[in-house]
Design a protein around this ligand. Structure first.
Ligand SMILES: Cc1ncc(COP(=O)(O)O)c(C=O)c1O
Length: 341
């Protein structure tokens, strides 16, 4: 085991031996000509998993989101999204730069959106407000500590968004599926497009998937090229992604178990940090503290890394490169941290 317990993100995972073997032996071709059989296989596999006609392999989750926004909107459109959604806060203003859209942000404190707020927002169109054309959902919700959507809320929001396109940022859709017991296809059913990251809990080194109708994916191929994201012998990367989809999904339950255990320890050690083990659904735990810098320094001195996602918000992420012993080390460091709240 590494001497550092790295809980900053599930993106720090390194490819397994099986992935490296598959990468080394992958059959490849020029994906710019649509000739890479391993990329084709990955795209077909993901499309089937999320119940969409077609899919496209892209370098990152941000690019998948950006392509979807560009295809679904026209410059000047309003995009409805959660106040703390990745597309709103964590993509460096890319949607404004790449698609010339503006966001109308909605309450997402529990990770979900509210149907009544969407209906109220859309009512403005009858009163000279710019019209929305797209709604972005995020499941699981990163900023809400990996919270997942309930089936009821999903249906109510989809209903309130009738007439709009819906894009699902499912960077961690498989975590949401494993935690809820609802299939990825059912979670993605209300959405016109869905993206998922291969490079997070599934353990692949690079890449994300975007799926939707065949026409949407054909347009996405053009936008991927415009953004400089078309790749060549990308089967080398797709081979690892296929292993992630085959072997990585069920394993996510282990990350969730460890996150709940970590949340229990944080709840006990830092009772005012707003962490609830009962509410920890997937692999993220977000603690609210006044002195995050001091706590990060204390944890680092004990060989434990975490990160901030907002002022006074400390995030821990469990993943396949952190085992039970690593979590115990993190708990020991948490218990002695000089927390102020
Ligand atoms: C919810 C969510 N969406 C999108 C992304 C972007 O993924 P990537 O880092 O592959 O661009 C992330 C990554 O952290 C995320 O958490």
């Amino acid at each position: 085991m590494d001497s550092i317990v790295d809980l900053r993100s599930d993106t720090v995972t390194r490819p397994s031996a099986a992935m490296r073997e598959a990468m080394a032996t992958a059959v490849v071709g020029d994906d710019g000509f649509g000739e890479d059989p391993t990329v084709r296989a990955l795209e077909a596999r993901y499309a089937a998993l999320v119940g969409k006609e077609a899919a496209i392999f892209v370098p990152s989750g941000v690019m998948a989101n950006q392509i979807a926004i560009r295809v679904h909107t026209r410059p000047g459109d309003v995009v409805l999204a959660g106040r703390r959604a990745h597309v709103v806060l964590y993509e460096m203003g890319a949607a404004g730069r790449n698609a010339s859209v503006q966001f109308a942000t909605l309450d997402d404190s529990d990770g979900m959106l509210d149907a009544a707020e969407i209906t109220a927002q859309r009512a403005g169109e009858a009163h000279h407000h710019a019209a929305a054309s797209l709604l972005c959902m995020e499941n699981s919700s990163m900023a809400a500590g990996g919270a997942i959507w309930t089936r009821d809320r999903l249906m109510a929001v989809a209903d309130a968004a009738t007439g709009l396109k819906i894009h699902l940022d499912g960077a961690r859709l498989f975590n949401a599926s494993v935690a809820s017991g609802i299939s990825p296809a059912e979670l993605a059913a209300p959405a016109d497009s869905v993206m998922s990251c291969l490079s997070k809990g599934l353990g692949a080194p690079v890449g994300s998937m975007l799926a939707g109708s065949a026409a949407f994916i054909a347009e996405s191929g053009v936008e991927r090229k415009r953004l400089g994201g078309a790749m060549r012998q990308a089967g080398i990367l797709a081979a690892a992604g296929l292993i992630g989809l085959e072997q990585g999904i069920d394993r996510l339950a282990e990350d969730h178990r460890r996150a709940t255990y970590l949340a229990e320890a944080i709840e006990a050690a830092w009772p005012t940090a707003g962490v609830s083990a009962d509410a920890t659904a997937t692999n993220l735990v977000v603690a609210h503290l006044d002195n995050t810098d001091a706590v990060l320094a204390h944890l680092a001195a004990h060989g434990v890394l975490a990160d901030t996602i907002a002022p006074r918000q400390l995030r821990f992420v469990t993943h396949l490169d952190v085992d039970d012993a690593g979590i115990e080390r993190a708990v020991a460091a948490i218990e002695t941290a000089p927390v102020r709240r």
